[in-house]
Design a protein around this ligand. Structure first.
Ligand code: ZN
Length: 181
């Protein structure tokens, strides 16, 4: 499914919250996608993602806002297969998932570590677009599927550290330019 992302207001770059901030481990409430606050929040998420090296996605709790909203853009990442460009979704859920696969993951809110996380390699994600509130479904795979699951986890109060198999699957991060969400 292709979709047209509605125009957003000018975004402000926000500070990224780091673990163990409580907002990162709390399931966020649903958001009214048609509210001006939702449009501004989404714009701020995109602006903050764009200025952060290696950032392929950002969720509202990561800028300190308890709300189910995130952006993802995996364009140009070498592990990307299917790509929808800039995605901004509100109240999103994974509605179908298959083919679990383990891969290394990083996070803006866990700057000093990466981890091996098992996630579905193919997913269907349903969510609402900001401004219009239109419900869309995104069918994707590989790195984009992983990034979407990582951000949906943030909205549920989960970090990749909650998904690793154990301490043996956590590694010190050496390069901040590596992809992270
Ligand atoms: Zn993250």
């Amino acid at each position: 499914m292709t979709f047209q992302l509605p125009a957003l207001p000018t975004g402000q770059v926000r500070d990224v919250v780091r673990a163990p901030a409580p907002v990162l481990s709390t399931a966020a409430p649903e958001l009214d996608p048609t509210s001006p606050e939702a449009a501004q929040l989404c714009a701020d998420l995109v602006a903050t993602m764009r200025v952060s090296p290696g950032c392929v996605g950002l969720a509202a709790p990561q800028i300190g806002v308890a709300a189910r909203a995130f952006c993802v853009d995996v364009t140009e990442h070498p592990k990307t297969k299917t790509c929808h460009g800039l995605i901004v979704l509100i109240n999103a859920d994974v509605i179908a998932a298959s083919r679990n696969e383990k891969s290394r993951e990083g996070c803006m809110s866990v700057p000093d570590f990466t981890g091996d996380v098992k996630r579905a390699n193919r997913v269907t994600v349903a969510g609402l677009l900001p401004v219009t509130g239109e419900r869309i479904e995104i069918v994707t795979d590989a790195f984009e599927a992983r990034a979407l699951q990582h951000e949906i986890d943030h909205c549920a109060g989960l970090l990749f550290l909650d998904r690793v198999a154990g301490a043996h699957a956590v590694f010190p991060r050496k390069v901040y330019q590596d992809p992270r969400g």
